[in-house]
Design a protein around this ligand. Structure first.
Ligand SMILES: Nc1nc2c(ncn2[C@@H]2O[C@H](COP(=O)(O)OP(=O)(O)OP(=O)(O)O)[C@@H](O)[C@H]2O)c(=O)[nH]1
Ligand SMILES: [Mg+2]
Length: 228
């Protein structure tokens, strides 16, 4: 008896890609600049968004992704940011269909009015989110110094789809033998076109420099075209 083998992963990805293209159109219609933030759990994604809010560099909304709890959205709502929490249960990444319903809710509640940026904080995970296009203009991948300076080489797929690589928690770098020279050499091997920023939440200037670059990206309509 002959067996038919279906490539299921290919089918799921294609469905996601179609939805991601629909999202891209929606973002464009509202002139929203959308940034997908990805990293391991605890690298500093929400802290960075809190800092953008505290310093009021630009107007933004956030779609949060976590397995459980509304904690991250609540942190941002406390700072006056329109944030919508998706809880994925046991899914280790966000998919375009999840973003679509979050986006539609934010939109129909007027939470995207007068907003220039939409940040999507993906589920903390250095592997799965890299396979799912969410229609974003650009991707930011964060790596905090306690995680170690070998992660770009060990998890290259994630760093390959990064437009911006953020080394976070630079204030505690010295305690972890974390070498920026190693990072630069690994970026050169994996994704030399990406832009590197070294930031920490205690140094406002590092956050401001990044915020200004994001404004420049939006003004210049920088949009990446990655292979997911
Ligand atoms: N020292 C130091 N700690 C930081 C910095 N940024 C974030 N943290 C701390 O790191 C911890 C995790 O930060 P979060 O912003 O919650 O990290 P996250 O990436 O949003 O985490 P998940 O949403 O769970 O994936 C918190 O205790 C922060 O206070 C930094 O620049 N320096
Ligand atoms: Mg978070």
């Amino acid at each position: 008896m002959s067996k038919k083998i279906y490539d299921v992963s290919q089918k799921i990805l294609s469905k996601n890609d179609i939805k991601a293209n629909e999202l891209r159109k929606k973002y464009k219609d509202l002139d929203l600049y959308v940034i997908n933030m990805m990293s391991s759990p605890g690298s500093g994604k929400t802290t960075l968004l809190e800092n953008f809010a505290i310093n009021d560099y630009f107007k933004f909304a956030v779609i949060e992704g976590d397995l459980e709890t509304n904690r991250d959205a609540d942190r941002l709502i406390k700072r006056g940011i329109n944030a919508y929490q998706i809880t994925t249960g046991d899914a280790c990444h966000l998919e375009a269909s999840m973003i679509e319903s979050a986006y539609d809710t934010l939109y129909s509640n007027g939470k995207l009015d007068d907003v220039d940026f939409l940040f999507i904080e993906n589920v903390g995970n250095l592997v799965c989110p890299a396979s799912y296009d969410l229609g974003s203009n650009i991707n930011i991948v964060l790596l905090s110094t306690p995680e170690g300076d070998d992660k770009i080489l060990k998890y290259p797929t994630m760093f390959m789809i990064a437009d911006i690589i953020l080394i976070t928690k630079s204030d505690i770098m010295e305690y972890f033998d974390f070498s920026i020279e190693n990072i630069k050499s690994h970026i050169n091997k994996v994704n030399p076109k990406s832009k590197l920023f070294i930031i920490n939440s205690k140094d406002k200037n590092t956050i401001k420099e990044l915020a200004n670059y994001l404004i420049w990206c939006k003004d210049n309509k920088i949009t990446s075209n990655h292979n997911y």
